[in-house]
Structures are given as structure tokens and as C-alpha cells.
Write a protein that binds this ligand. Structure first.
Ligand SMILES: Cc1cc2nc3c(=O)[nH]c(=O)nc-3n(C[C@H](O)[C@H](O)[C@H](O)COP(=O)(O)OP(=O)(O)OC[C@H]3O[C@@H](n4cnc5c(N)ncnc54)[C@H](O)[C@@H]3O)c2cc1C
Length: 465
């Protein structure tokens, strides 16, 4: 049995063909290499294997399985619960798998498993094309896609998984396979929402859409007007054309341009827009909400390249801060829930703490509930309560606010949550609730592809008996 001190030597000896980097606890770059995005996570892996290609991934998977090591797979490191790392086991780091090939004729992009979204948005944006992803460019393609993928284009183009055409994967056996509608269709079904439970994806192929310049940015109202604005928003957005996405947010205005100085550090409620089309169309689509609500404190909507909208939050939320978040799927927002949002919005403990209600209707409602592993095709929003602050001294304050907020709103939710916005300590019942009727099929696919549960550092689906 290897100990942390000799594991790297074993790996060197047993994986002579490994072309990437091996980093152990005594290496000078270990402290840097073990960091993940959320500074609340402080894991100490025994070995970090940074793969150079798919063959390296297969070698590392074999090594972990043969040594019975806990294996964490890391893409963009963004997982809130730190599921891209582990204590005492092997971290398989994909961050050097960076190839992106855009085919503008076919409107597809092949994206290596270690890319982050800003790299994809830049490459596809050159052709006036995009695939739906998240709202922060530094998030990993791997984790976000496998969990589902909610963002600015959800209402128009669906979830990220709805645009996944195929994936190249390394299974728990070390075998390299392709998953698509035609090849290993059960596996393809499972990875569209089932997270990293079924293998390591070394490349994804996505469908692209014509999305060049969009009309985007925030509209803000004072937080004291949350009840009026959210009451109007909850009906407005569900009736809005699919070209319009607008997530509802409770936030604090950052003290920097382009925000007007009188608003700096003021708590606000608002909508962050993305309209695929021209300015006239955007104004017409937003009009019903703007007419039903008080004059906003800021209406910062403008034409901008889709890739620029995707980067809007990147500077505000750099790696290395304290994050604690909880999430829910939401079908309706009753008056009691509106009142609770207004209360917790007024009590946001730090400037970066926030609440978002992401629409998951429109094109995300087109597939049937059993077409992919995503279990909540009838939910209208994914909510997230995120306590965030750079200062570790505030970790407990942001955590407490988040958990109290979740406890108050959860009774008004649809039951489960978007697995990518859960922490790692929410329990197996919560995972089951999040996959709902799809859980049992997922467990059967898991039993076929990963019967030993090698891939268990995730929102885990236990293999069926
Ligand atoms: C600031 C911030 C903003 C976010 N915004 C959004 C958003 O707008 N929309 C949204 O949908 N989500 C969003 N998320 C959530 C995000 O989808 C998850 O945190 C996701 O897990 C991140 O993926 P990653 O690859 O960066 O994470 P990692 O921590 O590297 O990995 C997360 C999980 O995915 C698995 N995994 C990653 N890559 C692979 C791969 N190639 N093959 C197999 N398994 C893999 C890992 O094993 C792990 O279980 C955001 C997160 C943060 C921190």
C-alpha cells in the first residue's frame, strides 16, 4: 500500500508513459497546485496528476483504481463544495487539456475537457457563434456541462447539455469510449446532468448558435423595492419571448465604474439581461416589466459582444474567496417567498453575497423530463443563495446567512436542486431529490460503467445493486 510520501515514486514507476506533471506534498508548487476556486476548501491530496492528454487520463484512472485511491477529477476547480479535490487521494487535474476546434460551417465546437468557458466563448465568438454556458467565464466546461449548465442563453438555446452532441471519455476501467446518441446512448443520457459520476470527459462536442452582439447588462432598483419588482418579474419572465433571458438578482452595487457613484455599495434588486436580437426588440421585450415596476435606479443595458457579457462578473468574483452556497429548483414564487427574499436581500452580510433566480424555462422546457438526466424540466428557475467574501474572518457570517436564507425558502421550492450549485455536505437524500424520477436509471447506468464507484467525489449516484 502506498503512503502519501511514496505515492509519487509509485506513480512515476507504474506510469512510465505519463507525459504530464506529478505533484506531491513535498514539491515546492504543491501549495499552489492544491488550491481550488473556493478558499473555504482546504484539501490535501496525496498526489496531483496533471494530465497532458487522454492517454494520461487513462493512466491516472488505472493507477487510482489499482491502488484503491480516492480519485477526484478536476476541470475548472469552480465547484462550490470543492468536488474537484480530495484529502489523501489522487487529484486528476485536466487543466492542461485545452484544445478547441470550431467548425463554423457545421456550427459545432470540439472542446477539450480542461477548458474554461471564456476560452470557448472567445473561440466561438470570432465566428459570431456560441453555445449556452454559465455567467462566469472562469468556470470549467467539464463540471458545468456534466451537471447541466444554466446561463444567459438558457431560454433561447436550452441548457448546456441540450447542446452537447458527443463526448470522448475515459471510463473507470481505463477504456476510452465515445458517448453520443448513437454510441453508448445510455452513457450519453447519464452524462447530460449526471455529473462526473460516469467517467472522465476528455473532450466535448457542442452545437453552436448564431449569437454575436447581444443586448445585455443589469437593471437595478433599491433593495427596498424587492417585493414590487419580484412580484412583477415572476409573471413577466415566464411570458417573455425566448430571445430574452433575465435572471433576478439581489446584490450590492460594486464601488467602481460603470456603476454610478451614488449607487456604490447600495443593496439592490435587479434583473441581469441578455437579449439575442436588436436593441428595438430588446426594448419591446423588456417593456412590460419596466412598465409594471417603479423607475429603476439604473438601467445599464447596451449592445455588447456575447463573449463580453459572459465576462461581466469575472473580475468581481476572482478565485481565492470564501464561498458557501445552497440552491433549489423553483416552480412558482408565492407571496411568502417574495417576502422572504425581500427580508434576506436587505440582510446580505457582505458586498459579494448574492441571490440569483436563473430562468430554466423556454428552450430548457423542450426536452421531456426523461430525455436527459436533468430531473426538473418543469421547474421555472434555479435559485442560488451565495454567501461570498474575500476575508476568511467572514466565513461563518456568509455561511449562516446562506443557510438561514435556504431554510426560509426551501419550503417554497420544487424539492431538489441544481447539483452544480450544491455544497458537498447536503446528504444523499438531497442528491436523490435532485434527480427525482431519473435517479434509479442513473444508478443502473452507474452500475454498468462504474460498479466500484471509483468516481465518487461528486454529487454521488450510488451504483444500483
Ligand atoms: C463563480 C461561479 C459561477 C458559476 N456560475 C454558474 C452558472 O452561471 N451556471 C452554471 O450552470 N453553473 C455555474 N457555476 C457552478 C458550476 O457549474 C459548478 O461549480 C461546476 O462544478 C464547475 O465545474 P468545474 O469544472 O469548474 O469544477 P471542478 O471543481 O473542477 O469539478 C466539479 C465536478 O465536476 C467533475 N468534472 C469536472 N470536469 C470533468 C470532466 N472533464 N470529466 C468528468 N468530470 C469532471 C469533477 O469531478 C467534480 O465532481 C458557477 C460556479 C462558480 C464558482
Amino acid at each position: 500500500m502506498s503512503t502519501p510520501s511514496n505515492l509519487k515514486d509509485d506513480a512515476r514507476r507504474e506510469m512510465p508513459g505519463f507525459k504530464g506533471r506529478l505533484t506531491g506534498p513535498t514539491d515546492p508548487d504543491y501549495e499552489q497546485a492544491r488550491k481550488v476556486y473556493n478558499a473555504m476548501i482546504d484539501k490535501h491530496p496525496a498526489l496531483i496528476a496533471t494530465a497532458a492528454d487522454g492517454d494520461d487520463v487513462a493512466l491516472a484512472v488505472d493507477f487510482a483504481r489499482e491502488h484503491d485511491l480516492l480519485l477526484a477529477v478536476r476541470g475548472g476547480s469552480h465547484n462550490g463544495g470543492g468536488l474537484g479535490s480530495c484529502d489523501d487521494g489522487l487529484v486528476l487535474d485536466l487543466s492542461q487539456l485545452k484544445q478547441i476546434e470550431v467548425d463554423p460551417e457545421e456550427r459545432t465546437a470540439k472542446v477539450a475537457g480542461g477548458c474554461v468557458w471564456k476560452e470557448v466563448d472567445a473561440a466561438t465568438g470570432e465566428h459570431g457563434l456560441a453555445t449556452p454556458s454559465g455567467i462566469v467565464g472562469t468556470t470549467g466546461v467539464g463540471g458545468l456541462t456534466l451537471g447541466g449548465g444554466i446561463g444567459h442563453l438558457t431560454r433561447k438555446c436550452g441548457l448546456t447539455i441540450d447542446n452537447l452532441l458527443e463526448a470522448e471519455m475515459v471510463l473507470a476501467s481505463g477504456e476510452q469510449v465515445r458517448a453520443s446518441a448513437d454510441e453508448n446512448p445510455d452513457l450519453f443520457w447519464a452524462i447530460r446532468g449526471g455529473g462526473g459520476n460516469f467517467g472522465v470527459v476528455t473532450s466535448f462536442r457542442f452545437r453552436l448558435h448564431e449569437v454575436g452582439t447581444v443586448i445585455g447588462g443589469p437593471t437595478f432598483w433599491p433593495v427596498e423595492q424587492t417585493t414590487e419588482v419580484l412580484s412583477a418579474y415572476r409573471e413577466f419572465i415566464l411570458a417573455a419571448p425566448r430571445e430574452l433571458n433575465g435572471f433576478f438578482a439581489l446584490t450590492t452595487v460594486p464601488p467602481a465604474p460603470p456603476f454610478p457613484e451614488p449607487l456604490h455599495l447600495h443593496k439592490v434588486c435587479g434583473v441581469v439581461w441578455c437579449y439575442v436580437g436588436d436593441e428595438e426588440g430588446a426594448a419591446a421585450a423588456m417593456k412590460p416589466l419596466l412598465e409594471a415596476t417603479p423607475e429603476p435606479a439604473m438601467h445599464g443595458v447596451q449592445p455588447l459582444p456575447h463573449a463580453a457579457l459572459q465576462g461581466l462578473f469575472d473580475e468581481l468574483y476572482p478565485a481565492g474567496e470564501q464561498w458557501y452556497w445552497r440552491a433549489d429548483f423553483v416552480e412558482t414564487i408565492p407571496d411568502e417567498a417574495v417576502a422572504a427574499h425581500a427580508r434576506f436581500g436587505a440582510e446580505m452580510p457582505t458586498m459579494k453575497s448574492t441571490m440569483h433566480l436563473y430562468p430554466v424555462d423556454g428552450a430548457a422546457h423542450d426536452p421531456a423530463p426523461t430525455d436527459t438526466a436533468w430531473g426538473y424540466r418543469d421547474a421555472n428557475w434555479g435559485s442560488v443563495y451565495a454567501g461570498v467574501d474575500p476575508d476568511p474572518a467572514n466565513a461563518e457570517a456568509v455561511r449562516t446567512w446562506c443557510v438561514d436564507y435556504f431554510d426560509a425558502l426551501h419550503p417554497h421550492s420544487a424539492g431538489g436542486a441544481y447539483v452544480n450549485m450544491m455544497m458537498a455536505d447536503e446528504g444523499q437524500e438531497r442528491v436523490r431529490a435532485s434527480y427525482r424520477d431519473n435517479y434509479d436509471r442513473l444508478a443502473r447506468v452507474k452500475a454498468e460503467y462504474d460498479p466500484g464507484n471509483l468516481f465518487r467525489v461528486n454529487q454521488n449516484i450510488e451504483p444500483a445493486d
